[in-house]
Design a protein around this ligand. Structure first.
Ligand code: ADP
Ligand code: ZN
Ligand code: ZN
Length: 725
């Protein structure tokens, strides 16, 4: 019977896989998970074998044979295959595209996965007489080097690769052993583990007593020593040569996390960061695939690391939105980490000082085990919070007079102060004083942001930038005012006001160059009286010993947002930034400027802390019927005209309502919060259900409709969106 190969193809999103024939002459028996070269139209494509069977919906005479098989060994283990099949179904995203997202470019383009360097070692001779002259010479040479030589060394003195491989094949005559050359492990100085406090010990015990799959929520306040728990939890696994996957939100921001793992374990690590070259990515991939890298640290996409012998998955700062991919394949690395843990039957640890509401809900439903660390590891108290009412107050670059006094007193005590403002650039508005004209982006519904370095207007949404006009384009008046503050203006104003104290700005602009973040962090660690001005880049994971005060300039910006997650994000951000203060001997203080000091969210957060705040939000979420109390999906459309986008979504709504799906709520199509972005008009349709299975039934109906995706109208489906604007 003819063998039919089901092959997933990247960049061919029409079908999950395509059927091909296995031609007789190949005499091969490929395993699922190998790469295969196939004809596709007039092109050749590299695809991935998913399954072999004997059936096809396409008549046999129309099926084309494959061209060749790249791998002997599958590049996907069966468990990995299950993961990507699951992801493709859950996110309703083409399998080929899911695969494309999960592999380094060089693997997709067909690069061999065997590692290049082998050591050839002469073992024993049986009968030399049938060997050629070259082969004899090679053998004699190997005999003289009993420790073995690698291919490159042999080639360097003139032996040909072909001689080597024929000799190798004549195993019945001679035996040469081909061993992989091991790279030297990077040796850390291997400091011994810290003595855990009672809470850490309890958490560690719970993790170590567990066998098989279980998700733990390690809910520990900032500085409570979560990382130490991770380090000790993975130790026995590493000793058994099992692999540990550690996912972090932004690797370049927290080089110290990597250093801590590196120092503790002298084993091979693979680190994925955004500045890795394609070659580095490939090397990492191979080291993981071959089971040599035991500790794998990376951001979101490292979730797809080809683990050979998985032992545990750790996801630090589980609440962080960067675990959600926001373009093309819109997956959540946190959710997929749990699925992967289940498939591999290994524990998954989610750590955070500010867990997401979804995770709290999973604890309530007993899906996750809750491990709490309520004390800072050095037993220092958490910082004290103060709200500053800025209603009617005169502000200087957004800073109230009281706040200036507080900053001054901390600086005078030789301490560091962090001023948090989540907006880069100099000023967010450029306004004509005479006619009220405002500089808008030509492609988006967004104001242009005035930057001083370089001196240009930038759109933060599409990247468009231009020179600042000399006069108002509308009335030709020469007075253009820059209103409001970004981090650049804060830096300038604070430098002037507190001359003598260095101001360090940390945002995407000041850290663009490779290594600049490391330099800045070093300066902050060793510095004393300094002002740090920064965006959320400064909120995450840093440990600054001399920082005693944190000021949040716009404490209520989230109170005006219509996104269902806005309150949660605000609480997380404030708590995380605040957690940078007073981590060592001196007590920390946190000041939050607000126009609404009596807002129930801020009050609870400040008086009772993040967990009470989260419980309060949870009740509100239940009332409004949003996740984690319902399951949510969004269909978004983008077109040259808003009506086209809305029209499409309304059509979808109508089509879906014909199925009479009880228990499904479909919203009307509405324009997105930023209606026009990068020259496209955007609209959104929300689908909600209390039952996950129902929601997915509905989404399946949607995908089965095969709506056209064209230049004029692009749509995409997002499961579990974190933004509904
Ligand atoms: P988290 O990850 O929860 O923010 P860290 O693991 O970074 O906390 O710990 C904060 C600091 O406390 C680090 O400097 C760490 O070395 C130290 N630390 C953690 N656990 C202990 C412990 N049991 N004894 C002493 N110091 C500890
Ligand atoms: Zn004007
Ligand atoms: Zn723009």
């Amino acid at each position: 019977m003819k063998k039919i190969l089901k092959i997933a193809l990247p960049d061919a999103p029409i079908k999950p896989y395509f059927d091909y024939l296995l031609p007789e002459h190949l005499k091969a028996n490929p395993l699922p998970g190998v790469r295969i070269i196939v004809p596709f139209g007039r092109q050749k494509k590299i695809g991935f074998l998913i399954e072999i069977n004997h059936q096809s919906e396409i008549p046999a005479h129309k099926l084309k044979p494959i061209i060749s098989i790249i791998d002997e060994k599958p590049i996907f283990k069966p468990s990995f295959m299950r993961l990507i099949l699951w992801a493709s179904q859950y996110y309703h995203y083409p399998l080929g595209e899911v695969i494309k997202n999960s592999l380094p470019k060089k693997i997709k383009s067909g690069e061999k996965i065997e590692q290049k360097y082998y050591i050839y070692q002469y073992v024993e001779k049986k009968n030399k007489s049938q060997l050629s002259k070259n082969q004899k010479a090679l053998l004699a040479y190997l005999e003289k080097h009993p420790k073995g030589l690698d291919e490159a060394a042999l080639q360097a003195i003139g032996f040909q690769k072909r001689t080597l491989s024929t000799l190798e094949q004549k195993g019945n005559l001679v035996k040469i052993e081909k061993k992989q050359k091991l790279k030297e492990p990077t040796l850390g100085n291997n400091p011994s583990p810290l003595t855990l406090n009672t809470e850490q010990k309890a958490a560690l015990n719970a993790i170590q007593e567990n066998k098989g799959f279980q998700t733990f929520l390690l809910d520990g306040i900032t500085g409570s020593g979560k990382t130490e728990v991770y380090l000790q939890a993975i130790k026995p696994l590493i000793q058994e040569k099992k692999q540990v996957l550690i996912l972090v939100p932004e690797i370049n921001l927290t080089p110290q996390t990597i250093q801590r793992f590196q120092k503790r374990f002298p084993h091979k690590m693979a680190v994925f960061h955004s500045k890795c070259s394609e070659q580095e990515k490939l090397e990492n991939w191979k080291e993981i695939y071959n089971g040599k890298a035991l500790i794998i640290i990376g951001t979101r996409s490292a979730l797809f690391a080809p683990l050979k012998k998985p032992g545990m998955i750790i996801l630090d700062e589980e609440h962080d939105l960067s675990f959600k991919q926001q373009s093309s394949f819109r997956y959540s690395a946190r959710d997929l980490a749990i699925v992967r843990g289940k498939i591999e039957n290994i524990p998954v640890i989610l750590g955070s000082a500010t867990p997401s509401l979804e995770s709290f809900q999973n604890v309530a439903l007993k899906k996750f085990r809750h491990l709490q660390l309520n004390k800072r590891s050095n037993l220092k108290p958490l910082p004290r919070f103060y709200l500053i009412n800025i209603k009617d107050k005169k502000l200087n670059a957004g800073i109230s007079p009281i706040l200036l006094e507080k900053i001054e007193s901390h600086l005078k005590n030789n301490n560091q102060v962090l001023i948090f403002l989540n907006r880069r650039g100099f000023s967010p508005i450029l306004l004509c004083h005479s006619c009220g004209w405002v500089a808008y982006c030509q492609n988006c519904d967004a104001k242009m942001v005035w930057h001083h370095n370089p001196k240009r207007l930038f759109c933060h949404y599409c990247g468009f930038n231009q020179k600042k006009p000399n006069e108002c384009p509308s009335c030709q008046d020469l007075t253009l005012l820059s209103l409001g503050s970004g981090t650049e203006r804060l830096e300038a104003v604070l430098s002037k006001h507190f001359s003598g104290f260095p101001v360090i700005r940390v945002d995407k602009d000041s850290t663009r160059l490779k290594g600049s973040m490391e330099n800045i962090l070093e300066k902050i660690k060793t510095g004393k009286g300094q002002i740090l001005v920064g965006t959320q880049m400064l909120a995450k994971g840093h440990h600054f010993p001399n920082l005693t005060m944190v000021a949040i300039l716009e404490g209520d910006s989230a109170l005006y947002s219509a996104n269902f997650k806005a309150g949660e994000l605000m609480g997380q951000l404030i708590t995380q930034v605040a957690g940078r203060a007073g981590r060592e001997d001196k007590l920390g203080e946190v000041y939050i400027q607000t126009h609404q000091p009596n807002h129930p969210w801020l009050e609870t957060l400040v008086q009772k802390g993040y967990r009470a705040f989260a419980q309060q939000l949870m009740k509100e979420r239940e009332i409004i019927g949003f996740p984690p109390f319902t399951y949510l999906a969004a269909i978004r459309a983008e077109a040259r005209e808003l009506n086209k986008a809305l029209g499409f979504l309304n059509q979808v709504r109508q089509d879906l309502s014909q199925f009479n799906l009880n228990g499904i709520k479909i919203s009307t199509a509405i324009p997105a919060w930023m209606e026009k972005k990068a020259n496209a008009y955007r609209a959104i349709l929300l689908i909600r259900s209390k039952k996950r299975a129902l929601l997915h039934q509905c989404l399946k109906k949607f995908t089965e409709k095969n709506y056209k995706n064209s230049q004029q109208l692009r749509w995409f489906l997002e499961v579990d969106p974190i933004e509904i604007l």
